[in-house]
Write a protein that binds this ligand. Structure first.
Ligand SMILES: Nc1ncnc2c1ncn2[C@@H]1O[C@H](COP(=O)(O)OP(=O)(O)O)[C@@H](O)[C@H]1O
Ligand SMILES: [Mg+2]
Length: 266
């Protein structure tokens, strides 16, 4: 079994990168072989794992626009079983260069297919937009995982994203499933957060992960030390939450998936 999971939300700052790094690290800690694909020009997954893109000869950009071999660009991280395909700001240019490719939406999929079976999970950290990179990520993926910040406009962004996913399914004839949504940056002392969380759970029954990722200072600090939370502060609430998320995700992906995800905004 090998699953490619796109971590997607067109909004910035909702915890995509934090989820990619820490979910990935805990999946690896549970014995899974994991590849993280940094597909955002901001390269936060790359730096958050302690890599300096300025010192990397090649990144995902080179594989994307030329035919650099993938093997020399996959790096081992400080977590056993967790590998990284890093990004650099060059990725901004890739958006234009991809235009020259036939089937440009399928570029990342073509790249990942030959190595897919070497991993249990491949997590793609996507940029905060619905541009060509995000489309590539969604097309390459088997499933989408949506981090949602518990704030007032959360549901609006979510319906936009689901429309995009539907378009990809229909126009590119792609079987893309929604694995679920994760409530992030959650402050349970805040009444609005609790209300939004309840609302989202009610509208997406069965699709929201049980665990809520709390707003937690260790999670915010860890990337500046180039470490996932499991190595920075494994006793923090943030660590506990990502550990539980990894367990839930393993359970969910190892059994058949019910695909009736729809917005019921009544
Ligand atoms: N649960 C959390 N608690 C505290 N800070 C968080 C949490 N999740 C993310 N952050 C911080 O919020 C900012 C945005 O998170 P990030 O994961 O980079 O979002 P995105 O990738 O969606 O833009 C970062 O500075 C990150 O460290
Ligand atoms: Mg990010």
């Amino acid at each position: 079994m090998s699953e490619i999971i796109a971590i997607c939300n067109q909004k910035g700052g909702v915890g995509k990168t934090t989820t990619t790094i820490n979910l990935g690290a805990y999946l690896a800690a549970f014995g899974k072989k994991v590849l993280l694909i940094d597909f955002d020009a901001q390269s936060n997954t790359t730096s958050g794992l302690g890599f300096d893109y300025k010192k990397l000869q090649k990144t995902i950009y080179n594989v994307l626009v030329s035919n650099s071999s993938l093997e020399e660009i996959i790096y081992k991280t400080s977590v056993f079983g967790l590998h990284l395909l890093p990004a650099s700001p060059d990725l901004i240019g890739a958006q234009v260069e991809l235009d020259h490719f036939v089937n440009k939406e399928f570029r990342l999929m073509q790249i990942l297919t030959p190595i897919k079976e070497q991993y249990d999970y491949l997590l793609i950290d996507l940029p905060p937009s619905l541009g060509v990179l995000t489309i590539n990520g969604l097309v390459a993926a088997d499933q989408v995982l949506i981090p949602i910040q518990t704030e007032y406009y959360a549901l609006e962004g979510l319906s936009q994203l689901i429309t995009t996913i539907d378009l990809i399914r229909r126009n590119l004839e792609k079987d893309l499933r929604i694995l679920g949504a994760i409530l992030t940056l959650y402050d349970r002392r805040n009444r609005l957060d609790r209300m939004v969380a309840k609302h989202i759970r009610r509208n997406f029954p069965g699709y929201v992960f049980d665990v809520e990722i709390p707003r937690n200072v260790s999670l915010a600090e860890a990337p500046s030390f180039g470490k996932p939370i499991i190595q920075y502060n494994s006793f923090s609430d943030g660590a506990r939450a990502y550990r539980q998320l990894a367990q839930e995700l393993i359970k969910k992906t190892e059994k058949p998936i019910n695909d009736n995800f729809s917005i019921n905004n009544k």
